[in-house]
Design a protein around this ligand. Structure first.
Ligand SMILES: [Zn+2]
Ligand SMILES: [Zn+2]
Length: 675
C-alpha cells in the first residue's frame, strides 16, 4: 500500500496545545469508535454492530422484532423483554465478557501449550482473544473443544486474583512462561507511564495445576463460576495482524460472546440470525443494488441502476426538504490546494485519514476528506452583515477518507462516501432556534424513512478547548434549550464534546431494535477563527459568526445500508427501485404491458415489464425482487383495459381500471404510503 503523508509544508498553523490528532472535526457519523473496552486492546468492533453501541430489546417469547413492532414497539413489551446491552452500557457485562476472554485464553493454552497469548478485550457484544498459534491449525470444528475446556474452567469456579508487580518482576514472570507478545505490551505500558501500576490477574492459585495468568488491568468477575456455562459461546475465527499492522505476523483471533444468562444469549443469537438475513451486503447483491469492484479498489461503491434509483429518490427528497426548510444548496470541488487544508488544520489534525497529495503544476492538491472548508471559502467570498444571517448551506458532498484495508465493511465503512452535509452560520442568539430547526428536520426526515425512536446525546465542553467561557456557556445553554423545547429525553456526556464545540448526536432504532448513530449537530468555534470569518454587526463592529456542522443521514452510503437492513430489502413503495412490474401472461400481451409501463413512467412511476416466462415464475421473480406492486396482463385485461393487481403486502387485489390504477399508485407514492 502506498500512502505517503506529508505534513503541512509551511506548518502554517500549529495545533492548540495538548490537543491530539483526530480532534479537529466532528467525528464522522459513520465512524463512531467501536467499543474498545478492557485491556491493552487494539482491535475494532465487527459484524453488524461494528461501531454502534446498541440497546437491543427483544421479546424473548417470540424473538422476532417484527411482532414487537406490531405490538406497539419495544416499550410496549412486558417482563418478557430481554435487554441486550452493549459492553459499554453494562459494567457487569464488561466484567463477564472480559473475564470470559481470559478463560478462553486459558483453555487455548491448555489445549495448545505452545500457543502465545497477545490481547483479549471485550467488544460490543462479546470478546475476542488473539493468539500466535505457533503453526497449529485451528478450525471452526476445534472451537467445540475449546468451548468444552472453557466450561471445565468455569465449572471449577477458580478465583480471579489480582497481583501488583514491579516491572522487573513482570519481566521475570513473562520470561518464565515465554510470552514475547506480553513483553511488548509491558514495554508499551511502561513507555506510556513509567509509574503506571503493573497488574497481573491470575485465574486460580499460583503453583496449582489449574492456574493461568495474564497482564491486565481488569475488571473481572470474582471467580470463573460467575460466568454461566450456558450464557457464553464461541462464534468465529478470523485472522488478525499483531497490532493491526499487516507487516506483522498474522495471529488467530477467536470471537466469542457472553451474557448474564441463557435467556440473553438465546435472544442475542436470534437477533444475530435476523441481522444476518438482513445483511445489506448479501441483499445488495441479491437485489442488484450495488457492488465493490476489485479492480477499482476496496471501499469504493458502485451503485447499480436499482441502487442508484433508490439513492436518487433519497437525494431528491433530501434536496426538496432542505429547500423547503430554508437551506440553499451549494456544490464544491473534490480537491483543493494543500494550503487550504493547512489553514483548516486538517493537515495537522486529520492527516491519518487523508490520502497523499497530488502535484499539479508544482502545487500540492489534496482530495477532500470534508466539505466544511469549502463552505467557509464561499462565506468569506463576500462581506457578510448580521442581516444576512443565518446562512444555511447544504451539499451532498462526496469525500474520501483513508481506512485500513481490513476495516472496510460493506457500505458501513468505506473510503469514498457522500455526506448529507450542511453548515449553518448564525449569530450567537440564533443558535437555539437553528438547533431546533435541525432537530425538527431530523425528526421529519427520519420519520419519513420509518425511524421514530431516537436516543439523544449531548456532549459538553472537554477540559481542553478553544473558545471563551462566554461562548461555550451560551452555546451549551442554547443546545439544552433546543432539546428542552423539542421535549426530547437526552443523556449528557459531560466533557465529551470536541475541543472546538459542544454537539448533539442522534441515534435511530431500526426494525429489529438495533441503534445506529446517524445525525450529528456540532458547533464549531475553531474554523471561524482559523479562516477569520466575520460579519458586520448592527454597531458596525466585525464579529465572528457561529458555525454549525450538521448531517442528518451521516453518509448516503451508510444510511442506504441501514435502510436495506431495516426493510430487509423490501423498500416501501415510494423508495422501491422498481415500484411496479407488469407481467404479461404470454408474449401476445407484451405490447399492452409496455404501453401501460410507459404511461406509468410518464407520471414518474418506476415501472418495468418482465416477460418470457410462465406467469407463475414471473410472479415469484417479482416477489423475490421485493417489488411492491405487480400487474398481471392477460387476454381479459387487454380486452377490458384493466390490470390484475397484486401487492407484496396484500396479495391479489383483483382487476383495476388502468387510469384509476395509475392515479392510485401516484397518490400512494406522493404520500409515501402503501398502494
Ligand atoms: Zn483482564
Ligand atoms: Zn462540517
Amino acid at each position: 500500500m502506498i500512502r505517503l503523508l506529508r505534513s503541512c509544508p509551511s506548518r502554517c498553523l500549529a495545533r492548540p496545545p495538548g490537543i491530539g490528532p483526530g480532534a479537529a472535526h466532528p467525528p464522522r457519523p459513520d465512524h463512531a469508535a467501536g467499543a474498545r473496552v478492557g485491556e491493552t486492546c487494539a482491535g475494532a468492533g465487527r459484524s453488524w454492530s461494528s461501531g454502534d453501541a446498541a440497546v437491543l430489546r427483544l421479546r424473548a417469547a417470540t424473538g422476532v422484532a417484527e411482532q414487537e413492532r406490531a405490538a406497539g414497539g419495544a416499550e410496549a413489551g412486558s417482563e418478557e423483554d430481554v435487554q441486550l446491552l452493549a459492553t459499554s452500557e453494562s459494567p457487569e457485562l464488561l466484567r463477564i465478557r472480559h473475564s470470559c476472554a481470559h478463560v478462553m485464553a486459558m483453555a487455548v493454552k491448555q489445549l495448545y501449550p505452545t500457543a502465545q497469548c497477545t490481547i483479549g478485550p471485550a467488544i460490543d457484544y462479546g470478546f475476542y482473544y488473539d493468539f500466535d498459534m505457533d503453526g497449529a491449525v485451528v478450525t471452526e470444528q476445534d472451537l467445540k473443544a475449546i468451548r468444552k475446556e472453557m466450561r471445565k474452567i468455569v465449572g471449577k469456579d477458580l478465583p480471579f486474583i489480582c497481583e501488583e508487580v514491579s516491572e522487573a518482576e513482570a519481566i521475570e514472570r513473562i520470561e518464565e512462561v515465554g510470552e514475547p507478545y506480553k513483553k511488548e505490551i509491558l514495554t508499551d505500558i511502561v513507555g506510556k507511564d513509567a509509574n503506571a501500576p503493573i497488574t497481573i490477574y491470575h485465574i486460580g492459585q499460583k503453583g496449582q495445576e489449574d492456574h493461568w495468568w495474564d497482564l491486565c488491568s481488569g475488571p473481572h468477575v470474582e471467580s470463573t463460576g460467575k460466568i454461566k456455562q450456558d450464557a457464553f459461546d464461541l462464534e468465529s475465527l478470523a485472522g488478525a495482524y499483531w497490532r493491526g499492522d499487516e507487516r506483522n505476523k498474522q495471529l488467530l483471533r477467536i470471537y466469542g460472546t457472553a451474557w448474564e444468562n441463557k435467556k440473553q444469549l438465546k435472544a442475542y443469537e436470534r437477533l444475530k440470525e435476523e441481522a444476518a438475513k438482513r445483511d445489506h451486503r448479501k441483499l445488495g447483491k441479491q437485489l442488484d443494488l450495488f457492488s465493490m469492484q476489485e479492480l477499482a479498489g476496496p471501499g469504493l461503491v458502485f451503485w447499480h441502476p436499482k441502487g442508484a434509483a433508490v439513492r436518487d429518490v433519497i437525494e431528491r427528497y433530501w434536496k426538496d426538504i432542505h429547500l423547503q426548510r430554508g437551506y440553499d444548496l451549494v456544490c464544491s470541488p473534490h480537491v483543493a490546494k494543500a494550503d487550504l487544508w493547512c489553514t483548516s488544520g486538517h493537515m495537522d489534525f486529520y492527516n491519518e485519514n487523508m490520502y497523499d497529495q497530488m502535484d499539479v503544476e508544482d502545487v500540492s492538491y489534496q482530495l477532500k476528506p470534508m466539505n466544511c472548508p469549502f463552505h467557509i471559502l464561499m462565506y468569506t467570498d463576500a462581506q457578510r452583515s448580521y442581516r444576512d444571517l443565518p446562512i444555511r448551506w447544504a451539499e451532498l458532498g462526496t469525500v474520501y477518507r483513508y481506512e485500513r484495508s481490513g476495516t472496510m465493511h460493506g457500505l458501513f465503512r468505506v473510503r469514498g462516501f457522500t455526506q448529507d452535509d450542511a453548515h449553518i452560520f448564525c449569530l450567537p442568539d440564533q443558535i437555539s432556534v437553528e438547533i431546533v430547526g435541525v432537530l425538527d428536520l431530523i425528526e421529519e426526515m427520519m420519520t419519513a424513512f420509518g425511524f421514530t425512536k431516537y436516543e439523544i446525546n449531548l456532549s459538553t465542553r472537554p477540559e481542553k478547548s478553544v473558545g471563551s467561557d462566554a461562548i461555550w456557556n451560551t452555546a451549551e445553554a442554547a443546545l439544552v434549550e433546543a432539546l428542552e423545547s423539542k421535549g426530547w429525553a437526552y443523556v449528557v456526556d459531560n466533557g465529551g464534546g470536541a475541543f472546538y464545540g459542544p454537539k448533539i448526536d442522534v441515534k435511530i432504532q431500526d426494525a429489529i431494535g438495533r441503534k445506529w448513530q446517524c445525525s450529528t449537530v456540532q458547533l464549531d468555534f475553531n474554523l471561524p477563527e482559523r479562516f477569520d470569518m466575520s460579519y458586520v454587526d448592527a454597531d458596525n463592529a466585525k464579529r465572528r459568526p457561529i458555525m454549525i456542522h450538521r448531517a442528518i443521514f451521516g453518509s448516503i452510503e451508510r444510511f442506504f445500508g441501514i435502510l436495506v437492513e431495516n426493510y430487509a430489502g423490501a423498500f416501501p413503495l415510494w423508495l422501491a427501485p422498481v415500484q411496479c412490474r407488469l407481467l404479461p401472461v404470454t408474449d401476445a400481451f407484451t405490447d399492452f404491458a409496455k404501453a401501460v409501463a410507459s404511461q406509468m413512467r410518464d407520471v414518474g412511476i418506476r415501472a418495468e415489464v418482465c416477460d418470457g416466462e410462465r406467469i407463475g415464475k414471473l410472479i415469484r421473480n417479482a416477489e423475490r425482487a421485493k417489488t411492491p406492486v405487480m400487474c398481471v396482463v392477460g387476454e381479459k385485461e387487454v380486452e377490458s383495459g384493466t390490470l390484475s393487481v397484486r401487492t407484496r403486502k396484500d396479495g391479489d387485489l383483483g382487476a383495476m381500471d388502468v387510469p384509476q390504477m395509475i392515479t392510485r399508485m401516484k397518490t400512494a407514492v406522493e404520500l409515501r404510503r402503501d398502494f
